[in-house]
Ligand binder design. Structure first.
Ligand SMILES: [Zn+2]
Length: 469
């Protein structure tokens, strides 16, 4: 069996096999760092984290490259409006981006190259394309890729090019393009803009060329996986294929994976609709990072994800259910022999979990496999048919789950809150021991206001968050 992935290029599910044994080379289109990432962007980055973790769980070593676009029209415009250099302006959003990834527990890629840090590699690639006759220059000094020179143009997006017009989107500096679909490899400097003096003249790179140049610099001319959001397929990825393969004469990325859009309450997310959220917006409303992570990972990446606050509450409740289960496993009574029934049930759960993820990262089926197992194991616990001897088998499934989903350990903020709650519980215990019932009740009331349910057990007080708290 093994891992099967849906390849946008072949429009088919393919058995994954890397070009080099046991080593996966993967390129991920990163952010343009002129603003905070919104939850739609983050959904795509989490899908890529899921993919990376599944590859690692299957024993592959992964080399992942994610570019940071730190120069483009918008950045130049916004930096100028802020009275800053583009370097100073983009640094702020680059830092915010890495903070967001860390908050959502996205594993670090091996390389995060910036466009401004790789101008020579881009210049070299444009020179190669120029030498091979795929480019032309316009009067202003800009260099264009002639898509008519690459017969495979359109093979990734399968877009119908016959009726395509630039229409209203013609920019003033594109007036003399030969074909409206041709795209800029190098943009000649305009007065007042930041620019680089290179063999191509004074200017700056077009957007598409950076991903071709940087992926090849770190991963080689042919590599395994290229990922992004569906909105990248055309023109960005189509152009990457054209300029890369025209330059090298070799296949570029072998398999292309694209994440679908995120919508909010059934509508396209837009600032004008008031349904536009960054991670920071959700954290300010008191949502926990691991609930956001869980929600964004809970829908198959090739389906639209409809983000709702009710869904986020459900995600938090699901994590709570898993945390309860983890606690029960840790508190199983002593026993000598493991239960054959639980061992078999756990083995099956692990297999179903892996099989679902191997099926093009079918995350909802993988989660269902885990929750069915949790339900069955809880029943065995309730019936007294489990003991500490079963712990290794149960913990193995939990570890397998959390290596990919990574939601079982509390967020730092939760731990801080938990410490505060524990202090209140300890204080209540002291009051009870001193038979200060009034004070003990007041503290219980305070905990209830915080959404904390306290249960007094023979082993001492135990607490949990009430659902929805
Ligand atoms: Zn890209």
């Amino acid at each position: 069996m093994g891992l099967a992935l849906y390849d946008t290029l072949r429009r088919d599910r393919v058995q994954f096999e890397p070009l080099e044994p046991e080593h996966v080379r993967m390129y991920t289109c990163g952010p343009t760092v002129h603003d905070y990432a919104h939850i739609g962007n983050l959904r795509t980055f989490l899908f890529e984290d899921l993919l990376r973790r599944v590859l690692e769980a299957r024993g592959y070593r992964v080399t992942q490259v994610m570019n940071l676009t730190d120069v483009d029209d918008k950045i130049i415009e916004k930096a100028r409006a802020a009275g800053e250099t583009i370097a100073a302006f983009t640094r702020r959003y680059t830092e915010a981006f890495f903070e967001d990834l860390a908050t959502l527990r996205v594993e670090r890629a091996e390389h995060y190259p910036t466009a401004t840090g790789h101008i020579p590699a881009m210049v070299e690639l444009v020179l190669r394309l120029e030498a091979a006759g795929h480019t032309y220059r316009t009067e202003d000094g800009s260099i264009w890729f002639r898509i008519g020179s690459f017969p495979g143009y359109g093979k990734l997006s399968r877009i119908d090019l016959s009726g395509m017009r630039d229409g209203a989107r013609v920019e003033s500096d594109e007036y003399d393009k030969e074909d409206p679909k041709d795209f800029a490899l190098w943009k000649a400097a305009k007065p007042g803009e930041e620019a680089w003096d290179t063999e191509l003249g004074r200017g700056r790179p077009g957007w598409h060329i950076e991903c071709s140049a940087m992926s090849m610099a770190y991963l080689g001319e042919s590599f395994d996986l290229h990922t992004g959001g569906v909105d990248n397929i055309f023109p960005h990825h189509e152009n990457e294929v054209a300029q890369s393969e025209a330059a090298t004469g070799r296949p570029f990325a072998r398999t292309w994976l694209h994440a679908e859009h995120l919508i909010v309450d059934g509508q396209k997310m837009a600032k004008s609709l008031g349904n536009f959220f960054t991670l920071r917006d959700l954290l300010k409303r008191g949502y926990r990072p691991r609930a956001i992570r869980y929600l964004l990972l809970s829908v198959h990446y090739r389906q639209q994800l409809n983000f709702t606050f009710a869904g986020l509450d459900q995600a938090a409740a699901s994590i709570e259910r898993l945390s309860d289960f983890v606690r029960r496993v840790s508190e199983l009574p002593a026993g000598d022999a493991p239960s054959a029934e639980l061992a078999e049930r756990s083995r099956r759960a692990g297999e179903e979990f892996d099989a679902a993820l191997d099926d093009d990262l079918n995350t909802s089926r993988a989660l269902a496999a885990v929750f069915d197992w949790v339900r069955d194991a809880n029943r065995a616990f309730d019936a007294g048919r489990a003991s500490a001897a079963d712990r290794p088998a149960l913990e193995a499934v939990l570890a397998r789950f959390d290596a990919v989903y990574d939601v079982l350990t509390p967020d730092p903020e939760e731990l801080r809150l938990d410490a505060g709650i524990q202090a209140l519980i300890d204080e209540r215990e002291t009051a009870r021991r001193e038979r200060d019932w009034g004070r003990a009740d007041a503290l219980r009331g305070r905990l209830e206001e915080l959404g904390i349910l306290v249960e007094d057990t023979p082993g001492g007080p135990r607490w949990k968050r009430s659902p929805g708290a």
